[in-house]
Ligand binder design. Structure first.
Ligand code: BDR
Ligand code: CA
Length: 312
């Protein structure tokens, strides 16, 4: 596994599960992480960017560039998730202070530059609101088609029907946080895989899973375990005992697609104001996504644990 066979960009809003995704990528010898781009989302952009840099420091990989992106969504007001991730995005989990500054290039321009430099080669993992991707597409129409694949954590669909959201009764957080951007990306004609709540709820977060990661023993694994415990503490206050390992499913799909099932589908997002704002819907018509429908929970945790074992 020495060949860096997965040229990858990670657009994210860390966020505890974004953090686990990023560390999983960093623990893989076969991933060539070309950059981390950040967006508003779980916390304001300044916090998500700081978190991405701190995670790279934790992994001893400050050579990987961080590009800050969208401060706000395309149209709507920003919405954050302090009740799930804390006001700084990573709960109270301690991380080292980053020493390498953020790059001056805007994340959307980075996406354009990198995707155009290696057409058809790069997998783009998108684990936050899709504002940076939409900005890139608006600035350079067609650019998202240059990705080998874009794997998105967002939305929620089951057997063609919407399932309960996690932010409103109908909408998932990343979709709700910038539905207009989500719409731009769905319409870009790119090779999209969509991992919604219908999928991630099959990959449960429990105290036992947090302990499984802690037992790996590395600082990175113990940080991930602490992040899961913090997440369980927070959703516990909201009356939930079991969570979902959302964002790491994107990395797992890229690295081990045999752990998943999917089907071709046409998915739209509702952007009219009202109670269905941000809801994803499956409709007839030409497929525009691979809708991921099934996951091997134990296999995904094993993949994450194995990657975290290789980090400091
Ligand atoms: C998504 O929303 C965020 O809070 C998580 O990081 C994940 O990307 C789940 O709905
Ligand atoms: Ca996220």
């Amino acid at each position: 596994m020495n060949a860096r066979s997965y040229p990858t960009l990670h657009d994210c809003d860390p966020g505890s599960d974004d953090a686990i995704t990023l560390l999983t990528l960093l623990g893989r010898l076969d991933v060539n992480l070309l950059g981390v781009s950040t967006t508003h989302g779980n916390a304001p952009l300044s916090a998500t960017t700081q978190n991405a840099r701190a995670l790279l420091k934790l992994a001893g990989r400050e050579d990987i560039p961080v590009y800050a992106g969208a401060l706000t969504p395309l149209v709507r007001e920003p919405v954050y998730a302090p009740q799930i991730h804390g006001v700084t995005g990573l709960g109270g989990v301690p991380l080292p202070s980053p020493s390498v500054p953020v790059k001056s290039e805007h994340a959307a321009l980075t996406l354009i530059r990198q995707l155009c430099a290696q057409p058809g080669e790069i997998t783009l993992l998108a684990t936050g609101p899709l504002t940076n991707l939409a900005l890139a597409e608006r600035l350079r129409p067609g650019v998202l088609k240059e990705a080998k694949q874009i794997i998105i954590m967002g939305g929620s669909l089951e057997n063609g029907a919407p399932r309960l959201g996690n932010t409103t009764p109908r909408a998932e957080f990343n979709a709700y946080a910038d539905p207009h951007a989500f719409d731009v990306v769905l319409k870009a004609g790119a090779n999209l895989a969509l991992i919604g709540l219908n999928l991630t709820r099959q990959v449960q977060v429990t105290r036992a899973r947090a302990q499984q990661l802690a037992a790996v023993g590395t600082a990175a694994a113990q940080t991930c375990s602490a992040l899961l415990d913090d997440y369980l503490d927070r959703i516990g206050k909201l009356g939930q005992t079991v969570g979902a390992l959302h964002d790491p499913c994107t990395a797992a799909l890229m690295l081990s697609p045999e752990l998943f099932d999917w089907e071709e589908a046409h998915v739209d997002i509702l952007t009219d104001s009202g109670e269905r704002f941000g809801e994803t819907v499956q409709v007839g018509g030409e497929p525009n996504v691979q809708l991921v429908t099934g996951a091997n929970e134990a296999g995904i945790y094993a993949l994450v644990a194995e990657a975290l074992r290789r980090l400091p």
